[in-house]
Design a protein. Structure first.
Length: 135
């Protein structure tokens, strides 16, 4: 959380951040999402990464019957990080088990949406002065 607060402060101060320059992030969204997809893409761009995006399952080869495993293997060969949202519970773990690069869970059906907890938690602790007491 301290890293997120540090980045937020740097962005608000107008600093151009290039910590992930040269990295390529894929956002794979197999179900509708505006806020989650755009927040990941915005964050990646703000720290210097480039982003390639698949915004819907209908625009992917899964619409032609390609398996999730094959999609992940293919995309993993193109990028340094995969951000994925998929309607199947456990799909993020499946992708992480297949990929050589990190997979960030942007939601997996009725399963997890771990980044949502961060978005909720950060403003709460900011108002309580949490950061002032922590290293």
């Amino acid at each position: 959380m301290n890293t997120a607060a540090n980045y937020e402060k740097r962005v608000k101060n107008g600093e151009v951040i290039r910590d992930l320059e040269g990295m390529l992030v894929a956002t794979l969204f197999f179900e509708p999402s505006t806020r989650t997809r755009l927040s990941f893409e915005s964050a990646a761009n703000r720290v210097g990464a480039r982003v390639i995006s698949m915004a819907s399952a209908s625009a992917s080869s899964q619409a032609k019957g390609e398996s999730l495993a094959d999609t992940i293997k293919t995309v993993d060969g193109y990028v340094d990080v995969i951000v994925m949202r998929h309607p199947m519970k456990g799909s993020a773990q499946i992708a992480a088990d297949i990929a050589e690069h990190p997979v960030i869970n942007g939601g997996d059906g009725a399963g997890q949406h771990p980044t949502q907890a961060s978005w909720t938690f950060i403003p709460f602790v900011r108002k309580r002065g949490f950061w002032a007491d922590r290293r």
